[in-house]
Design a protein around this ligand. Structure first.
Ligand code: CP3
Length: 345
């Protein structure tokens, strides 16, 4: 008889505080790892890398082997959804993503009704293969971008400092923008359901650009679409464990308090843990929120930052993470130091 190993990450997501918090890091696979740079150099492009299970499986597992994190996250990108909807997406090395921008109704009409599931099949194969390769106590996370954040790249066609193109589009053509958001709600829901069917035990919705929206727009373009994705996913998969990461939500964090079915909220670096504890009910676990720059810096600054995060969440269920993705210049030894300190806690 063998009992299933307990997964700390899933227990914390269920709302139970753990003796030591589970830990994983956003962008834990990537350029700060020499073994990632080595295999990344063998693919013709970043999207080819994502769509080749041999590479994606390996990239997903690399940080688990090196650091023993409590969760692995599918190696992919949020922009595979516009790609699978037929929009041109490319990653220029060192310059970030480039898309064929959607500027009007004709651009929107060019998108496919549904994502090309054949194009996304490698992500599901990657999840299946990672699931069988993971140690029994490590959970597997799938993800997608939130409709607002994905739409902001689809409209601007590139990264921008403030997502001004999408904000202007939403003010000038709200009906058209709502149609794009609705399409992304449907595509994201179907994509997450397929990831859960392929073995993901939890999924995270990355709303990296939530913080540029004023209150009414935050409700309409961030909270409502994320809540719709959660409701629709859970209508088909009632036990789906879903984390939302509304980066920059600040004083608007409490708007997630009433989103049904939300298991956890990812907190960005600027959120005071006490404020999140008060703004969100106890059933919602809190994830975060060490400054990625403290991890770059290392030393006493890192230790102090880690201790403040560890001590900040009181009796709340807490999942240790960064407040945003790990930076490429992060020394590997600093990540080792971080993990050791969290494990000792
Ligand atoms: O967390 C993980 O380890 C899983 C993989 C993952 C990637 N991107 C890999 C990636 C995840 C979860 C993402 C999410 C993502 N992608 C977000 C939301 C989170 C966030 O960081 O705010 C966003 C906004 C994107 C879009 C994106 N992808 C941009 C803007 C860029 C270029 C900037 C950069 O860091 O280069 C990417 C490329 C990308 N996605 C890389 C990786 C490892 C680097 C490209 C490479 O290795 O060649």
């Amino acid at each position: 008889m063998s009992s299933r190993p307990r997964k700390l990450f899933l227990a914390a997501l269920a709302g139970e505080r753990q003796a030591r918090p589970p830990i994983w890091l956003m962008r834990q696979a990537g350029r700060y790892l020499p073994e990632y740079r080595e295999i990344r150099g063998r693919a013709a492009s970043f999207l080819d890398f994502c769509y080749t299970p041999a590479f994606a499986v390996e990239a997903t597992l690399q940080p688990i082997r090196r650091f023993g994190f409590d969760a692995a996250i599918l190696f992919s990108d949020i922009l595979v959804i516009p790609d699978a909807l037929g929009q041109m997406v490319a990653f220029e090395s060192g310059e970030g993503p480039r898309l064929d921008p959607i500027v009007d109704a004709a651009g929107l009409a060019k998108l496919a009704e549904e994502p090309d599931w054949m194009r996304l099949a490698p992500a599901f194969e990657t999840l299946e293969r990672v699931k069988t390769a993971l140690p029994g106590d490590v959970a597997l996370i799938g993800f997608c971008g939130a409709p607002w954040t994905v739409a902001s790249y689809m409209i601007a066609g590139r990264g921008t400092p403030d997502q001004a193109p999408a904000r202007l589009f939403a003010y000038r053509q709200p009906k058209l923008f709502a149609q794009l958001i609705e399409r992304l709600v449907e595509a994201s829901t179907a994509y997450l359901l397929r990831q859960l069917a392929a073995g993901a035990e939890a999924v995270q919705i990355f709303d990296s650009w939530a913080g540029v929206l004023p209150p009414a727009e935050f409700e309409r373009w961030c909270v409502a679409p994320v809540a719709a994705v959660i409701a629709k996913v859970r209508a088909s998969a009632p036990n789906a464990q879903i984390i939302a990461f509304p980066r920059g939500a600040a004083t608007q964090l409490g708007k997630f308090a009433h989103v049904p079915g939300l298991a956890a909220i990812g907190l960005d670096t600027a959120v005071e843990p006490r404020v999140a504890i008060e703004a969100l009910p106890g059933r919602i676990a809190l994830q975060g929120n060490l400054d990625p720059l403290a991890l770059v810096a290392g030393g006493a600054g890192l230790d102090e930052g880690v201790d403040r995060v560890l001590g900040g969440f009181g009796e709340r269920a807490h999942i240790f993470n960064l407040g945003h993705g790990i930076l490429p210049e992060t020394p590997v030894e600093h990540v080792e130091r971080l993990v050791a300190r969290v494990r000792k806690a």
